[in-house]
Write a protein that binds this ligand. Structure first.
Ligand SMILES: [Zn+2]
Length: 313
């Protein structure tokens, strides 16, 4: 065999047993105790072996810039404003270097697949895209990187952004299209509709920053679900943050959860960001603002169905 990993604990197998893992041509071909095989060996000394981790939502292009962005007030609107002010100074080399540092940390912590959002707009041009894209090939030995291009500072309200998004999709650098309708000045649906059009035009998946807020008002998720159903995009749409779900009462949450499941829209819960940004308006009893786990959503949905006259009659 090309490689034999000796004496590891394997996830989902007997925790008290040690296994050997045989690898040939880059693939695992055997997992068993005391594997009878020869080849290069690494002694794992009882360490745990798991599948590679999947980083589903990160922003490599604007990582490692805390020293350039004051965060005296906190909150997501201020965070975006501070980054927007820093973006004109981004260069391709600067983005690549910062992104590389974060990427290497992810790899060292076990990530083997990653979807990174990358923003384009007249302020940063395509420099963020170029800097991050330059890493895809260089690190493909360790990790598969997927780039989602999106308009962090608005699409309809920020002329020039759409052309940059289209260019990124046309070149193939971006293979997913994203959105941030909460930052659109005016009707959020204009951005959501246009992003669905772009996704269909380039036949790419969708990953939106959606429904970030401290109250469950004016949610965009049902419109996203309607378009997902209309265009047969089930299984190809993810929505990140969704902090408004965390503050929605069960009677409001249940139909949303059922609709998400029915049309095939995935929620990406982002505790690292949301625990930091949410509840900044409170000085006590600060809300967590993290969308409910699937277990709670599932409970909520079942509770809703149990109380639905159609299913109980
Ligand atoms: Zn994000």
């Amino acid at each position: 065999m090309d490689l034999i990993l000796r004496k590891g604990r394997v996830l989902d197998r007997d925790a008290d047993a040690l296994f050997d893992i045989g690898v040939e041509k880059g693939r695992i071909v055997a997992i068993e105790p005391d594997l009878a095989a020869e080849g290069e060996e690494i002694d794992l000394g009882g360490r745990m072996v798991t599948p590679g981790f999947v980083e589903t939502h990160i922003h490599l292009d604007k990582s490692c810039i805390i020293e350039r962005c004051g965060s005296e007030q906190g909150g997501q609107a201020m965070a975006v404003k501070r980054v927007a002010a820093a973006k004109p100074d981004f260069t391709v080399e600067d983005v690549r270097e910062r992104a590389r540092r974060t990427l290497e940390k992810c790899i060292l912590n076990g990530a083997t697949h990653m979807r990174t959002h990358v923003e384009v707009d007249p302020g940063v041009g395509s420099r963020g895209m170029e800097g991050v894209f330059s890493l895809v090939e260089d690190y493909k030995w360790a990790i598969d990187i997927e780039i989602c291009v999106f308009p962090q500072e608005g699409l309809a309200c920020n002329p020039g952004t759409e052309a940059l998004m289209t260019a990124a999709l046309k070149s193939g650098a971006a293979t997913v299209v994203g959105a941030a309708p909460g930052y659109e000045e005016g009707d959020h649906n204009i951005q959501i509709d246009r992003v669905f059009e772009l996704a269909r035009e380039f036949d790419v998946d969708i990953d939106m920053h959606l429904d970030f807020g401290n109250t469950p008002d004016d949610m965009d998720i049902m419109h996203v679900c309607d378009l997902t159903e209309k265009y047969g995009y089930g299984g190809r749409v993810a929505v990140g943050h969704m902090t408004k779900l965390s503050v929605a009462p069960p009677e409001q949450l249940s139909p949303i959860v059922k609709r998400l499941a029915d049309v095939g829209v995935t929620v990406t819960v982002l505790p690292a960001t949301d625990l930091f940004l949410m509840g900044r308006h409170q000085d006590h009893s600060v809300l967590r603002g993290v969308a409910a786990s699937w277990r709670r959503m599932n409970w909520c949905m079942r509770a809703s169905i149990a109380h639905c006259p159609r299913t109980t009659s």
